[in-house]
Design a protein around this ligand. Structure first.
Ligand code: G6P
Ligand code: ZN
Length: 583
């Protein structure tokens, strides 16, 4: 057994190591600076109580992006030096973010104990490669991202750090092979266990969904299926679950081999970046590929996001969570006892609210960021939740879950078609969504993103919108000047949230303009970018007249979009005449 010593390495603080919505995300070049990653990791150890570190097991893995291998070796050595007893690593550095959450909550080590937390190495949907992004975040023993109290402490530590602990002489561990390597250090034995990336997660999915029912659907020749992992970590799970467990054809998988640079693409599952899937599903500009599949889905780099498509049909994430909530009890065994409650983030459309009301479910509106759902789930208040940003999930883990969302949709499709698999036409994704709109009304919805704009300009834009809120008559003058058919703004505010579980207050969570007819305009600065600022504009209009629910979404929302651009003086403050992405 190789032995190691603990070294204390002198270091100095780096500016800007403040974790954002989901951890610290920076260019690889920033992370690769001497001691940069080490500083952040040590500050995390220092921010956690000793009982979470000393003699404990930590998970370290991620989406396999560029710099992950180097980072894992660094974190293994630092864990050894900080008194951690065992580090669990997904084979080849790979674990989907929801799978990390599942591993923390479910996996039991050889000594019968569970992991106390995890370093997740990902920048989610941001591109990867030597000139792109790397990221790291810490998840706690409940499987969810560290709460603000901890991330604030980490940040505070990064401003004063002067040394970190590492085991310089610990040899690199081969993380390509499953198995355990043991070392001997000052505190006794230290182990690194490399394990299969999918086992724990697959077991959990099998306990939630009726795999036999989904298998029947996938084996029906009329039901065609396509899944695009955008070269992220979801590919590993897609192969195991959709192909090996559920019998889908291997050819239904697109870009399912994880790559460090995501094949040069932008691993974000939306209509702009999931180009190949969009084309295949008949939603591309030219439609040359023959009959599209009945169902298509994509994931982001770390597999927590999802996009669901039907044949020539886009399901908005806001509709997706509402439809899953409306059908969960009937279609998904895990929910057969009923839903404890549902929740959405503030900018997500109110489609879920309508379902909650109709089904008499507890309902919560939280700020953007999955961690806010975690508290509700830990308190047993929420079963299903979702965000407009292509995140959907449930209380089976404490992260959003891209594969889970696909299995949820396949379960709903399976349930709606269970008597139709041998003859009649199948109920399609589009049928399910349209029927939902007939029952609950439709929330036309779109989001405009202005990426990487000048941070100063973005700040001024937001400040101007806050200012404007004090004078609604002035606001309505502007609204009517753009389009007299648009309803009046009845109230406007900055969203603020008081957590019903711990009473913590989150301020400045986005600017809202609420219209008399139930329409909403929301403006926010993204918390996940790594450069400049990203302005997001969320535009929503409710329609419950069933003769008006089939319009083209962009066309239906055009008047509100015009109002949003005028109110915010978008071009003036950002210099942009067009958004970077429309979803
Ligand atoms: C991550 C978080 C989500 C959040 C999303 C968008 O995926 O986990 O909870 O909705 O980022 O955040 P942003 O601040 O970029 O709008
Ligand atoms: Zn992600």
């Amino acid at each position: 057994m190789a032995t190691f010593k603990v070294s204390r390495i002198q270091t100095k603080p780096y500016d800007g190591q403040k974790p954002g919505t989901s951890g610290l995300r920076k260019k690889v070049k920033v992370f690769a600076q001497p001691h940069y990653l080490e500083n952040f990791v040590q500050c995390t150890f220092n921010a956690l109580t000793a009982d979470r570190i000393k003699g404990k097991t930590l998970v370290v893995s991620g989406d396999g992006r560029y710099y992950s291998e180097e980072a894992i070796q660094i974190i293994i050595k630092m864990s050894a030096a900080n008194g951690v007893k065992c580090v669990w690593v997904g084979q080849n550095t790979l674990l989907a973010t929801p799978a990390v959450s599942a591993v923390i909550r479910e996996r039991v080590g050889k000594d019968g104990s569970k992991a106390s937390g995890a370093f997740i190495l990902t920048a989610s949907h941001n591109p990867g490669g030597p000139n792109e992004d790397f990221g790291i975040k810490y998840n706690m023993e409940n499987g969810g991202p560290a709460p603000e109290g901890v991330t604030d402490k980490i940040y505070e530590n990064t401003t004063t750090i002067n040394e970190y602990l590492t085991a310089e002489d610990l040899p690199d561990v081969d993380i390509s092979k499953v198995g355990t390597t043991s070392f001997s250090g000052p505190d006794g034995k230290f182990e690194v266990e490399v394990f299969d990336s999918t086992d724990t997660y697959v077991k959990l999915m099998k306990s939630i969904f009726d795999f036999e029912a989904i298998k029947k659907l996938l084996s029906c020749p009329k039901f065609t299926f396509c899944y695009d992992a955008l070269h992220g970590v979801a590919g590993v799970y897609a192969k195991r679950i959709f192909v090996e467990e559920l019998g889908a054809n291997e050819s239904s998988l697109l870009n399912c081999t994880p790559k460090k640079d995501f094949g040069g693409g932008h691993p974000d599952p939306n209509l702009t970046y999931a180009k190949e899937l969009v084309q295949r599903m008949g939603l591309g500009k030219s439609n040359t590929e023959g009959e599209p599949p009945e169902f298509g889905a994509a994931a982001d780099g770390d597999a927590d996001r999802n996009m669901v498509l039907g044949k020539r049909f886009f399901v908005t994430p806001s509709d997706s969570v509402a439809i899953i909530a409306a059908n969960a009890v009937e279609a998904i065994p895990y929910f057969s006892g009923g839903l404890k409650g549902v929740a959405r983030s503030m900018p997500t459309s109110a489609a879920l609210d309508v379902v909650a009301k109709a089904l008499n479910l507890k309902f919560f509106e939280v700020p953007t960021g999955w961690k806010f759902f975690g508290n509700l789930m830990d308190a047993g208040l929420c079963s299903v939740c979702g965000e407009e940003s292509f995140g959907t999930g449930s209380d089976h883990v404490r992260e959003k879950d891209g594969i889970w969302a696909v299995l949820a949709w396949l379960s709903i499709l399976g349930q709606k078609n269970k008597d139709k698999l041998n003859g009649e036409n199948l109920v399609t994704v589009e049928d399910i969504v349209r029927q939902h709109w007939v029952t609950y009304g439709r929330h036309y919805y779109t989001r405009y993103d202005y990426e990487n704009v000048d941070a100063g300009g973005a700040k001024e834009l937001m400040a101007n919108l806050v200012n404007l809120q004090s004078d609604l008559s002035e606001v309505n003058k502007i609204v009517k000047g753009v389009n007299s058919a648009v309803a009046n703004v009845k109230s406007a505010d900055e969203f603020q949230y008081t957590d019903p579980v711990d009473g913590s207050v989150s301020k400045h969570q986005g600017i809202r303009y609420l219209f008399e007819d139930g329409s909403r305009l929301v403006f926010r600065l993204s918390g996940t970018g790594s450069e400049g600022a990203t302005v997001r504009v969320y535009i929503e209009q409710y329609e419950n007249d069933s003769s008006k629910i089939s319009r083209d979404s962009q066309e239906a929302l055009k008047p509100l979009v015009d109002v949003a651009l005028k109110l915010s003086k978008m071009q003036e403050f950002t210099g942009r005449s067009e958004p970077t992405v429309i979803t």
